[in-house]
Ligand binder design. Structure first.
Ligand code: SAM
Length: 205
């Protein structure tokens, strides 16, 4: 998976590649998909949600430019795979999931790996989590029509936010960097994510 799907597409950050090697993706997919866990695609995890494609997880992780002392916020825990990767790379991960049953699944997966630096919060991630702010990095792993303003407020000076921004069905992967209160945005191509449902996201239809 790492050589053929990730390094071959140009991701060379050794810390990211090591984290992708160390976290066993097959532990994060439901049993019917165990044999497909290392394929080049997202997979269903139940409750209409998905585990993201390995390459996209690696790309978003690389774009965050993490350092070991960082504190990171993830919006959209899902099964906890991205949070587990981040837990290998940073000091602390706060991750927010809106669906209780999905958060429970993530909690079991993260606990089974013995990762102690992840806090899983159930709630609307579009509001962020002020209690642990500011964050050096913020990653949104669901499709948002805009960057939720509370997340920009909770991003530290010099911090990076990565998110799929655009329509409900197709989005652009963007990075936003915060410098002296100003934000600079860059685009990294098209992506497809399930919608971010919440106060500053999409409505639940
Ligand atoms: N990060 C996951 C992984 O490692 O595979 C993939 C996340 S999945 C593509 C998107 C998740 O975002 C879903 O579990 C969904 O329930 C969650 N979600 C959607 N809107 C949310 C919100 N406002 N706050 C928190 N989680 C949300």
């Amino acid at each position: 998976m790492v050589e053929q799907q990730i390094r071959a597409r140009g991701i060379t950050n050794p810390r990211v590649l090591d984290a992708m090697r160390e976290i066993p993706r097959h532990l994060f997919v439901p049993p019917p998909y165990t044999l497909s866990a290392y394929t080049d695609s997202p997979l269903p995890i139940g409750n209409g949600q998905t585990i993201s494609q390995p390459y996209i997880v690696a790309l978003m992780t690389a774009l965050l430019e993490t350092r070991s002392e960082d504190r990171v916020l993830e919006i959209g825990t899902g099964c906890g795979y991205q949070a587990a990767i981040l837990a290998r790379l940073v000091c602390h991960v706060t991750t927010i999931e809106r669906i209780h049953a999905v958060a429970d699944l993530a909690w079991k997966n993260i606990a089974s790996l013995g990762l102690k630096n992840v806090s899983i919060i159930v709630g609307d991630g579009t509001e962020g989590y002020i209690q642990n702010a500011p964050y050096n990095g913020i990653i949104i792993t669901a499709a948002t029509p805009q960057i939720p303003p509370p997340l920009i407020d909770q991003l530290d000076e010099g911090g990076i936010l990565v998110a799929p921004v655009g329509g409900r069905d197709i989005q652009e992967l963007i990075t936003l960097k915060k410098h002296h209160g100003r934000t600079d945005q860059l685009s990294h191509g098209g992506v497809r994510f399930v919608p971010l449902i919440g106060e500053h996201g999409w409505t639940d239809t």
